[in-house]
Design a binder for this molecule. Structure first.
Ligand SMILES: [Zn+2]
Length: 487
């Protein structure tokens, strides 16, 4: 904790306006009203959880305190918690209730390295070089917690049959957690899985995402004096460079939606030693996992070619392999309806001014124009529209069970992903309002699914149709444990 730094975070003190209350929504049925009222009763708890996760800012698979913070509150509310699932110490599954249906809600809580940032309108770290919640996962985790606790209240009060589960899914930023939890079968008995992400708009999840393989190509050569005896050396770095040249020519012949990006994580020691080892780390992405499969096999051939050319040996280690999201029309429609029934939060003048100040450096540096400071609207987009250019390990779950999601406005309009502006926003009252709103929408959606078997059936049918012809294949070797450290 860094209380001294927090005192500087003036926007924490912003007047905390609320979302519309349950009383204003007579259309909500009694169990839905119970869920909304529970979120409202717990607003302070949800905000405090966001604040603590935000301060902890632990990176993937090191989220011990963050996962503990969520687990403690779940246990206190009577959830049974299975911690350390799928061989990841910070992954957990918390359950309340019994039998079917089983509805899952996903929580994430990992931060991004080097993104420490105060809740301030200029770039200033809480602690130089430390991690920060530039993807808003402090909010994601606290909102999901609020939703699960609210569903528990509704199940109990209205004697609804079934089980609510909150999944603690670590290391989203390296697309590890849910992939390995999926391979471990953690989601197999769910009827529906629900997820959310802090965003710049209020909207049901309508588009897919990119599938992604993350792999490291390590070449082993022979060290030697680079000037005195180069003929006795074989450079592993040469292999990395030739592989990258091959990959860059391969780009010419892959589909437009495919992506290749790499960093050289080991390029040798110093110029007068022929590098005995070198490693290049690749992300291979595309809208369809099938295309990732094709491109990754091609890339492996290129690496083999580079090893042949340089008389070096190649080792390929796949860290993770994540699939694109299979969208679900009935779930998306249900979530959109609930976004509208509950009503989006409004932002006050101080929040709008704060947002403008966060946007202004982007205008100065990139010329970006911002017609809006904060987007309060609820957007409707047909399911299956433009897929996201990013990837998420939610995708793997959606290949196992019907999965629906949403974003709420927690960040300033058009805010770039993984930016310091996002760290500031999610830690401010702008983020808090979006988090509370998301908790309500998730909770009410889950209650609807518990109350109406027809909704579950429709979600399942839509999922079965979309899964027709898809076969889950993973490059992760059978039985491989999740990598503890990826960088
Ligand atoms: Zn994220």
């Amino acid at each position: 904790m860094r209380p001294a730094a927090l005192l500087l975070c003036i926007p924490w003190l912003f007047a905390s306006g609320t979302t519309t209350t349950a009383d204003e929504h007579p259309a909500l049925r009694p169990a839905e009203q119970t869920a909304v009222a529970d979120v409202e009763r717990r607003e302070a708890q949800i905000k405090e959880t966001n604040r603590q996760l935000w301060e902890l800012a632990e990176i993937g698979l090191q989220e011990q305190k963050s996962s503990r913070l969520l687990i403690d509150q779940l246990r206190e509310a009577g959830f049974r918690v299975d911690a350390g699932v799928a061989k990841m110490p910070t992954a957990f599954v918390a359950s309340y209730g019994s039998g079917k249906p089983i509805i899952g809600i996903l929580a994430e809580y990992d931060a991004l390295p080097g993104m420490s940032q105060q809740v301030a309108p200029e770039r200033v770290a809480v602690r130089e070089g430390a991690a920060g919640h530039a993807c808003g996962h402090s909010g994601l985790g606290s909102g999901a917690l609020g939703a699960a606790l609210a569903v528990r209240a509704a199940l109990e009060k209205h004697h609804l049959p079934g089980t609510i589960r909150l999944y603690g899914t670590p290391a989203e930023e390296t697309v590890i957690g849910k992939v390995y939890m999926t391979l471990d079968g953690q989601f197999d008995d769910l009827d529906v899985c629900l997820h959310w992400h802090p965003g710049s708009r209020n909207q049901a999840w309508s588009g897919s995402s990119k599938a992604l393989v993350s792999a490291k190509f390590t070449f082993a050569g022979t060290p030697s004096h680079a000037s005195v005896s180069p003929e006795s050396g074989r450079s592993a770095l040469d292999a990395v460079e030739l592989m990258n040249i091959g990959a860059n020519f391969m780009r010419e012949h892959i589909k437009e939606d495919a992506r290749l990006h790499y960093v050289i994580t080991d390029g040798g020691g110093q110029p007068n030693v022929v590098p005995p080892t070198a490693t290049v780390w690749y992300f291979v992405r595309a809208d369809a996992h099938q295309d990732v499969e094709r491109n990754f096999r091609w890339l492996q051939d290129i690496a083999k070619g580079a090893a042949l050319m340089t008389r070096t040996k190649l080792r390929v280690a796949v860290d993770t392999d994540c699939h694109e999201i299979v969208v679900n029309a009935p779930l998306s429609e249900l979530i959109t309806a609930n976004l509208e029934r509950i009503g989006a939060p409004r932002f006050d003048q101080r929040e709008v001014e704060f947002a403008r100040r966060l946007q202004s450096p982007l205008t100065a540096q990139f010329g970006t124009e911002f017609p809006l400071a904060i987007d309060e609207a609820i957007h409707r987009e047909p399911v299956g529209t433009q897929p996201s250019k990013g990837s998420t390990d939610v995708g793997d779950i959606s290949w196992r069970v019907p999965t629906g999601g949403l974003r709420t406005t927690c960040l300033v309009a058009q805010s770039p992903g993984h930016s310091w502006q996002n760290v500031a926003s999610i830690g401010s009252s702008i983020g808090e309002k979006g988090i509370v709103y998301a908790a309500k929408v998730l909770a009410v959606t889950a209650v609807d699914l518990f109350e109406d078997p027809q909704l579950l059936a429709a979600a399942r049918e839509d999922w079965q149709q979309r899964m027709d012809g898809r076969k889950y294949f993973s490059f992760i070797p059978d039985g491989q444990a999740p990598p503890r450290q990826i960088r």
